[in-house]
Design a protein around this ligand. Sequence first.
Ligand SMILES: Nc1ncnc2c1ncn2[C@@H]1O[C@H](COP(=O)(O)OP(=O)(O)O)[C@@H](O)[C@H]1O
Ligand SMILES: [Mg+2]
Length: 425
Amino acid sequence: MIELFPRQTRAFDILTEPEYSHVSELLYGGGAGGGKSALGCIWLVHQCLRYAGTRWVMGRNTLHTLKETTLNSFFLIAKLGNVRYRYVENKGIMFPNDSQILLKDLAYYPSDPEFDELGSLEITGAFVDECNQITEKAWNILSSRIRYRLDEYGLTPKILGTCNPARNWVFTRFYEPYREGRLEANRMFVQALVTDNPKISRYYVTQLDNLDEVSRERLKKGNWDFLDISGNWAYSYRPELHLGDVVLNRSEVVRLSFDFNRNPIACHVSQHYGNHYYGLEQIEIDNCTTYQLCNEIKARYPECFFMVTGDVSGKAATTVSRLNNFDVIKYVLGLREGQMQYSGANPPLAESRMLVNAMLERYPMTFDRVKCAPLIRDLEAVKSDNEGRPIKTNRKNIEERADCLDTFRYTLHRWFGDFVKLLFS
Ligand SMILES: Nc1ncnc2c1ncn2[C@@H]1O[C@H](COP(=O)(O)OP(=O)(O)O)[C@@H](O)[C@H]1O
Ligand SMILES: [Mg+2]
């Protein structure tokens, strides 16, 4: 059986009790590990079982993350509660009483700017996990579709959004008016932090403590004001802490991380041993092929043992041959399959920002002040948009290229992802 803890109970009451029938939008959250995904799943299961033949949406920015995170919370909750259901891959969850939960990708796609696909739905209610990652328009359209079998069951429309502190429409729609006591009557906000969750594991709290100060304020303390997040993307970078003279250690693995733009092509060279990260060199060359770059690396790092990661769109075949970029690297450097460590998808940019800054602040890292110059330039110059993504719309402007920063991000995600991993569920 599942027992809700007090903050979850409060939110659950708002979602289900008649005295709150005037509330149509609830925002729950304020920190990581506050039981947000669990609450949403519990509410949906409860409603589906109680009201036969109803139809609900479980949504998140992309279906891909929904499946990797929220849906897993659902499976866990269903198991704890001994719930019978049938899962249809990529579509939804069906219950024996004909209720269903549809899984929806709520991201903005230029091919469907008006969210026509959502616009044709008829649903009984909706749960949007990490709703700060979708647009307000998607939220509005989804809310406007809540009507299916409401009257029959005496229900009123409800949409539940969960999120961590963010500086976008969620802030102006919910948090700011809530704090100033002028939240509209049909909206409510319930703050929940990891400290409100008695079921949380020790390990999870350790991960929160591993974060950089800005992220810790936001995700552990649920502080919405600490950070005006547009600003330097790598806000934890400190030249006086992070720069030094780094020497190659031939008896340790040399890690290579590639970005395959032709102009420039970039590679971040690093080592990690004795609990210290060493940025050896940031290579950035204009008008250069992967083949030429690898020959250059072979010359600069003779007889070294390499591990390779990089931009996974580099798996697409190059125009010159049927070999993709990673095949070329493997072939020219004479590597075995186990040394090729790139994975399925590039890391999401906003998550990257947290990992990179947490590592910069909390982990011993030194970059060679001369040979890492192009990376240092990116760390100092690249700005963030208000969603935590590096601004790179204008490739002619050197501050907006960020290719070197990308190679560094790939390195941290590939080999240090566990540093803050749990926080993204
Ligand atoms: N009511 C509950 N009973 C048991 N475990 C819970 C409950 N609420 C949350 N949890 C557990 O606490 C952890 C964090 O919850 P989660 O919903 O993933 O948090 P968030 O989405 O806010 O980051 C998960 O391991 C989840 O299974
Ligand atoms: Mg969650």
